[in-house]
Design a protein around this ligand. Structure first.
Ligand code: ATP
Ligand code: FE
Length: 333
């Protein structure tokens, strides 16, 4: 079995995965959404402090598995430096005290392998990664051969939902609440610009759309009635429609170059129902098989890190306690 730790952002999570069968024998996650919600985003120092509380609490529950462990795995990149450090420090201590090898896992590969939790790997596939920090199209051929073919030039898809929610005081994370508000709104009330619509390049941008929403909110706030609940519903609906339209335009362009046999959507924002619905249609049209992670595995969790670690274990891909480092960003896989 492998014990895996995830602490790259605001979720403290530990999993135990069986190497031979991919079976998830233990999995727990303690989220910090409530604590960060008042700030409208993740406060790194607070997140680190909460990991210090939560991780040992979860680890205590795993003690019975210690004699069966063959390796310790941990997310080491990308993420917030102070929170990555908490998981990596715990992993190092465990590797030393239990005399086990250490596996450093790329968090983004983790999101991709969330598709394969308790399942066999299905690669190659084209992956749309939409999370809090990333918006990428990745050609994933194998664990060690993944190419980013499109990325965002500024904000990410999930981040733009978080920022729009913050502008209207709707709390953090923004994705679920914006989606919910949008259900009650008129998506055609505000004419927001679809980012990079005229550009032939396959890349993403969300800062212009975010600013357009900000200006619209300011205008409404200065109006006689102020910003009403209905205004908020309509803004959420119009914003979401435009944010998804941008992804769909670029994904269709990518399909013109190369129609994938297998397409997956992963990352926390892959829970978005509009995005899922439109991608389902695109896949139907092109006879592409669509892969989605279970909703509970879309956002950060240690089960996906454990699933990558199983493959790395089989490849003898270990790192020494002295050499493991953290990286807040990574350019390539
Ligand atoms: P990264 O993995 O890039 O480092 P992260 O781990 O912080 O970032 P995730 O946990 O994968 O990101 O996803 C969280 C993001 O997903 C948040 O920005 C959140 O608002 C967004 N999100 C969650 N549900 C939805 C939804 N239904 N619609 C849109 N966005 C959503
Ligand atoms: Fe993530």
């Amino acid at each position: 079995m492998i014990l895996s730790i995830e602490s790259s952002c605001d979720d403290s999570s530990i999993a135990i995965t069986k190497i031979e069968t991919n079976e998830l024998v233990y999995h727990k996650k303690i989220s910090q959404e409530i604590q960060h919600s008042v700030y409208g985003g993740v406060v790194p120092e607070l997140a680190a402090r909460l990991h210090v509380e939560a991780l040992p609490k979860i680890l205590q529950e795993c003690e019975e598995y210690f004699p069966h462990l063959k390796a310790i795995a941990v997310t080491n990149a990308p993420g917030l430096s102070v929170t990555l450090m908490e998981g990596v420090t715990m992993a190092k201590a465990l590797a030393i005290s239990l005399n086990l090898p250490l596996i450093a896992v790329n968090h983004l590969k983790g999101h991709i392998y969330s598709l394969f939790i308790e399942k066999e790997e299905v690669l190659p596939m084209t992956v749309l990664l939409v999370s809090g920090g990333h918006t990428q199209i990745i050609e994933a051929n194998s664990l060690s051969d993944m190419k980013v073919v499109a990325t965002t030039i500024d904000d990410s898809f999930g981040e733009s939902f978080d920022k729009v929610a913050k502008m209207m005081g709707l709390g953090y994370p923004g994705g679920p609440v914006v989606q919910e508000y949008g259900l009650k709104g008129d998506e055609n009330r505000f004419d927001l610009p679809i980012p990079l619509r005229q550009s032939p390049k396959i890349e993403f941008s969300y800062s212009g759309l975010k600013n357009a929403v900000r200006m619209q909110i300011q205008k409404l706030e200065e109006s006689e009635e102020g910003l009403t609940e209905q205004d908020k519903y309509d803004i959420c609906a119009s914003f979401q429609k435009t944010a998804v339209a941008h992804i769909m335009q670029k994904l269709k362009k990518q399909f013109k170059i190369n129609v994938s046999k297998n397409l997956a959507i992963v990352g926390g924002a892959s829970a978005n129902i509009h995005l899922r619905g439109q991608i389902e249609e695109l896949c139907k049209k092109h006879k592409t098989s669509l892969y989605l992670s279970e909703l509970k595995y879309c956002s950060d969790n240690a089960a996906m890190i454990g699933r990558v670690a199983v493959e790395q274990y089989k490849l003898n891909d270990f790192v020494s306690v002295d050499e493991i480092d953290i990286q807040t960003r990574i350019k390539e896989f």
